[in-house]
Design a protein around this ligand. Structure first.
Ligand code: G6P
Length: 481
């Protein structure tokens, strides 16, 4: 059993890979959760016999039975949150403070002291769960901005563990991070890990610089030396997808048939453009749709033979900024379709919904041009999924230079989402590109995505964590869950 203190690999993430949903008749049920993190880690958990600690979604009442359980071959350990913690820890500090702050202040971060208190308290609960589940000397891999204090809290409880941390979102420049009133506590929280991983070398450099400036530790290149001699390494580990799995799905007869029926349902257009995002203000959905609408308005594209399909997955719907943005996009789509659409031919086919992987693969197969234009994005896995599905080396990718993925997929048409004219020009160029040009670009991108898949990402990180010398002094203090 792994959930009783014997797990050699423990994943600690804000979300479990399943959500607890309550059916209309009141019975609880587990459903696979959305999000890149889950898709990225599930294959890793299947090969390692480990435990996964996370929030099951929703607010739990005191009498809810949330004992550890096995689902899809994984040991899952739920960490319950009260309604107030969902509001202050998840919607508040995680998504109202850290999310906008770490994404270049695209929206204004709110700094509220009670949110910080909830963040600390919930991080402590996660650390205690991990301490109870991990075997002596185990590897614990903590994920993402919601849990930055866990490494230090966990090390205090269990100095025998090897602790890794990976940040799935950008780590901001010192000038922005320094706005955070609790900046030093967050840096010290992360320094509890042996390895702190980022998507890009720039994130790791920002972190090391901040540790030197704000905490005063000695640093040399990617290494921080703490006063007790322990060393922490900060490095880049760009995440990816299970490319072979996506390609296999894309090649299946069902997905091919579905891709054809999508095109048929759209009226057999000459050209399909596609956007797929969580409905988030960092994703640049608004400027992308505006750029497209201008191309329809000026006659470059005709709604009779071209359509933009935008999938926007509902996300964080109780956070104010997300509500505002949803209204803005609803209004834009309504206006564009009202002004430019014709009967049976909207300019934008807008879907506020989430779909299973099979449907996503079919959409990727159906799209001639994928448009991914975040203002800032840690990596962006959607563009990698698109590339993985284009097994006949066609299709074009228009990609924001502010997505982490742009560092690897530099054969895409790279754009600045703040520059509407630049985006328009790139979309037109991609639409008019010769097949030979499309093939050249797509082939190179497919090679990158195939060679650097999620397995390589996870194995690479875990091998380095495994190689961390176990501390000489092993004092195991394990609280019961
Ligand atoms: C991003 C974050 C993840 C998060 C996901 C979905 O990818 O890096 O940590 O799980 O968004 O967001 P949500 O708030 O629904 O968990």
């Amino acid at each position: 059993m792994t959930a009783n203190g014997n797990a050699d690999l423990v994943i600690v993430a804000n979300r479990l890979p399943v959500d607890r949903v309550i059916e209309p008749d009141g019975t609880p049920r587990w459903r696979r959760s959305p999000g890149g993190l889950v898709s990225a880690l599930e294959p890793v958990m299947r090969v390692h016999d480990g435990a996964w600690i996370g929030w099951p979604g929703g607010a739990q009442e005191d009498d809810d039975d949330l004992a550890p359980f096995v689902e899809d071959g994984m040991q899952l350990v739920p960490v319950p949150l009260s309604a107030q913690e969902v509001e202050e820890f998840y919607e508040g500090f995680s998504n109202g403070t850290l999310w906008p702050l770490y994404h270049d202040v695209v929206a204004k971060p709110l700094f509220k002291r009670e949110w910080w208190e909830a963040y600390r308290k919930v991080n402590q609960r996660f650390a205690e769960r991990a301490a109870a589940v991990a075997a002596p000397g185990a590897m614990v891999w903590v994920h993402d901005y919601q849990l930055q204090l866990v490494p230090r809290m966990l090390r205090e409880l269990r100095p025998d563990l090897r602790i890794g941390f990976f940040l799935h979102i950008p780590f901001p420049p010192a000038e922005l991070f320094s706005q955070l009133p609790w900046r030093r506590a967050v840096l010290e929280g992360l320094l509890g890990a042996d390895i702190v991983g980022f998507h890009l070398p720039g994130g790791a450099q920002n972190f090391v610089r901040l540790v030197r400036q704000r905490v005063g530790h000695k640093t040399h290149r990617d290494l921080v030396t703490l006063p007790d001699g322990r060393q922490v390494r900060a490095a880049a580990y760009p995440i990816s997808i299970d490319a072979a799995d996506f390609e296999e799905l894309a090649r299946s007869p069902e997905v091919s048939r579905r891709a054809e029926s999508i095109r048929a349902a759209l009226g057999h257009p000459k050209r399909v453009l596609l956007g797929v995002d969580r409905l988030d203000y960092t994703k640049g959905i608004y400027p992308r749709l505006r750029a497209y609408a201008e191309l329809v308005a000026d006659g470059t594209f005709d709604v009779e033979d071209t359509v933009f399909v935008q999938v926007a997955t509902p996300s964080r719907e109780r956070v104010d900024e997300y509500r505002r943005m949803r209204d803005e996009i609803d209004m834009l789509v309504g206006r564009v379709n009202g002004d430019l659409g014709k009967i049976g031919h909207p300019a934008i086919s807008y879907l506020h919904s989430s779909y299973p992987r099979e449907e996503m693969a079919a959409l990727y197969r159906a799209a001639d041009i994928m448009v991914v234009t975040p203002y800032r994005d840690g990596m962006n896995l959607v563009c990698k999924e698109y590339v993985a599905c284009r097994y006949d080396n066609d299709g074009a990718l228009v990609l924001s230079e502010f997505a982490g993925a742009a560092h690897e997929l530099n054969q895409a048409w790279l754009v600045n989402p703040y520059d509407i004219n630049g985006m328009k020009a790139a979309i037109v160029e991609a639409a008019n590109a010769e097949p030979k040009e499309l093939t050249r670009r797509m082939k190179a991108m497919r090679k990158t995505v195939r060679e650097h898949d999620v397995d390589r990402w996870a194995t690479g990180f875990l091998e380095e964590l495994d190689a961390v010398r176990p501390p000489s002094r092993r004092r195991v203090r394990r609280p019961a869950i």
